[in-house]
Design a protein around this ligand. Structure first.
Ligand SMILES: [Zn+2]
Ligand SMILES: [Zn+2]
Length: 426
């Protein structure tokens, strides 16, 4: 084999494709109920959008972007996350005039040059939502509720919801001063990455996976202890609304999230089953971002769910949705009568019945074998003797029952048979 897929990418094969289709449609239906409308953005954007929108100092911009020059020497980047492009689209298309506040959702692939490991790929999918123009804590809680509801709808049980406040433009600088002071005092005990973060992006030390750093940072100043009155009230509002919605949550004072533009509320849904990659989804409020990207000062917030992690979690919990890859009807035809099979098959498909027939002029035996393999509920047998009398044989593959019917009735009868079998199977 000469060609192989690129490291960190995978092929989504039919069975998984159907499972994804299912979990996407559950998401879409739920999001629509909450008033979110779909949006898609291009796979690549101007590099500057991500540098600006995610933050120069973030890990994504520093070391994970797929950036390249196109043939006109423009610097482009493959979308590493969904928020910045959706913000760009919101501003560029003046979506606020269409509906304000605006609630949007997306299901899109993302690209990051990360070290591939379990649950971490270079091409991965995210399901996300963004809300523009709603400043109150009720919306934060609604967005968290929406994510939790989605996981519950999929049947997940083994997860926890963590929330935190990381302050705002006004109060965070004070906290950062305290944190930097603490980090400088202990810089010898920090890992080399964290030492770099002191100057570059001190909040990110809380994402460090190094055991020594984690232990040390337990004594670090907590952002929630130095936030301003406004941030505190907002956070209390979020918690109160979450209680009204009966969402179980824990406050994790160290939950800062990786992206630079978050402020006030951050949240994550984690699973103990996923090891180091424990977050299935997360998000937060990013009030400064729309303005930062060139729009009017508009509050924003959202979340993103990692589809591959979600699939891992479904598997861990043993609740991967059951999908059907088979066919409803298989048409078996004698040599010379293939055209009749072709005709009936396409009549049935037209009315929404999954139908297959033999493309390869195989023997009757082989055709029946194929019908079994595809799990056909009904097979149609086109045989010369019956065909001359304008008849065809139907076999109920579950009961083995057979009857002869005319071509005029065949479509209607099969429809009823398939529906009956479906009922029995449910
Ligand atoms: Zn504040
Ligand atoms: Zn560290």
């Amino acid at each position: 084999m000469e060609y192989r897929r690129i490291k960190g990418t995978r092929d989504i094969l039919p069975e998984e494709g159907l499972i994804r289709k299912r979990i996407f449609s559950i998401a879409e239906n739920l999001f629509l109920t909450f008033g979110f409308l779909p949006i898609s953005t291009p796979v690549f954007e101007q590099t500057e959008l991500f540098v600006r929108g995610i933050g120069e100092a973030s890990d994504i911009v520093q070391k994970e972007m797929y950036t390249f020059l196109d043939r006109s020497n423009r610097s482009l980047t493959l979308r590493p996350e969904g928020t910045a492009p959706v913000v760009r689209a919101y501003i560029e298309n003046n979506l606020s005039s269409f509906r304000f506040p605006s609630k949007l959702f997306y299901i899109m692939p993302m690209y990051r040059y990360e070290r591939p490991q379990k649950g971490r790929l270079r091409e991965f999918w995210q399901i996300g939502v963004e809300v523009f123009g709603a400043p109150g804590p009720d919306v934060d809680s609604e967005v968290i509720f929406l994510m939790v509801e989605y996981f519950k709808k999929l049947g997940l049980k083994n997860f926890t919801t963590e929330i935190n406040t990381i302050g705002c433009r006004k109060c965070r600088p004070l906290f950062l001063d305290k944190l930097v002071e603490f980090l400088n005092e202990h810089s010898e005990d920090l890992c080399s990455d964290c030492r770099k973060r002191i100057d570059l992006n001190p909040l990110r030390v809380f994402d460090c996976k190094n055991e020594r750093c984690i232990t040390l940072l337990k004594d670090a100043p907590k952002v929630s202890e130095s936030v301003c009155e406004e941030c505190l009230l907002h956070f209390e509002g979020v918690m109160n609304h979450l209680r009204m919605l009966n969402v179980d949550f824990e406050v994790n004072p160290f939950l800062v999230r990786g992206l630079d533009y978050y402020e006030k509320t951050t949240f994550e849904v984690k699973s103990p089953l996923l090891g180091a990659q424990s977050a299935i989804g997360g998000g937060g409020r990013y009030d400064p971002l729309v303005k930062e990207c060139g729009g009017e000062d508009t509050p924003g917030l959202g979340f993103a769910i990692g589809v591959e992690r979600l699939l891992m979690q479904l598997e861990e919990e043993g609740i991967v949705p059951q999908i059907e890859i088979g066919t409803d009807v298989y048409i078996v035809s004698y040599r010379g009568l293939e055209t009749k099979a072709f005709e009936v098959a396409n009549q049935l498909r037209k009315i929404g019945i999954k139908t297959e027939y033999d493309y390869l002029k195989r023997s009757m035996k082989a055709q029946f074998k194929q019908a079994d393999k595809l799990g056909a509920k009904v097979s149609v047998i086109v045989a010369p003797e019956e065909h001359e009398r304008n008849l065809v044989k139907l076999r109920n593959m579950i009961t083995g029952e057979e009857n002869l019917v005319s071509y005029d009735e065949v479509v209607g009868l099969i429809k009823t048979m398939v529906e009956k079998v479906d009922e029995r199977c449910q």
